[in-house]
Write a protein that binds this ligand. Structure first.
Ligand SMILES: C[S@@+](CC[C@H](N)C(=O)[O-])C[C@H]1O[C@@H](n2cnc3c(N)ncnc32)[C@H](O)[C@@H]1O
Length: 160
């Protein structure tokens, strides 16, 4: 992640929870934090009160108030691993509107080819093959995949 943090860029995190990863994104010029649960956003606001940060409650797939073609870097960890394919597909379609051409999106998702995901029923039915197909069908170019670091999930980086 740190290689993408540039003070002139705008970033978006989906599903920040307690801000475990948000704290590494603070050096972006502008940072949108989007989450489905308003309570988490309220807590997060107390923790990170920095100019240029915007906290947005969404409906689980949308990006209300985020201008089209405004995001240079999109990041999500610990969220897509719980989302089912139809939700991921809607997210991927909605992201296309707000990402700048050439923007990087990095998403960690459930990988049911791995034993730790198979053992956890809260992990969605996703695999690298399924994720690749969804990303490509949405019209993105896959740039990088990490299929080995995590025991229960994988990470994909793609551009518009
Ligand atoms: C397990 S927490 C992960 C938090 C953090 N990213 C981390 O890695 O520690 C999942 C977060 O995603 C949010 N979330 C769940 N479903 C979501 C959705 N469809 N859209 C946006 N946020 C969602 C939850 O409210 C929560 O903040």
């Amino acid at each position: 992640m740190l290689a993408y943090v540039r003070p002139e860029d705008t970033a978006l995190e989906i599903g920040a929870g307690g801000g475990r990863w948000t704290r590494y994104l603070l050096d972006f010029k502008k940072l949108y934090v989007v989450d489905y649960h308003v309570e988490l956003l309220t807590e997060l606001k107390k923790k990170f009160c920095k100019p240029g940060m915007e906290f947005i409650k969404n409906n689980g797939t949308d990006f209300p108030g985020i201008p089209e073609r405004s995001i240079d870097y999109l990041f999500s960890f610990g969220t897509f691993m719980h989302l089912d394919a139809p939700i991921i597909e809607i997210y991927l379609a909605n992201m296309k509107k707000i990402l700048k051409p050439g923007a990087n999106a990095v998403i960690q998702y459930s990988d049911k080819t791995k034993i730790m995901a198979q053992l956890n029923e809260n992990f969605s039915e996703n695999t690298p093959d399924k994720m690749r197909t969804m990303v490509l069908n949405a019209g993105y170019t896959i740039r990088e995949e990490d299929l080995t670091t995590m025991w229960h999930s994988s990470v994909i980086r793609f551009t518009i």
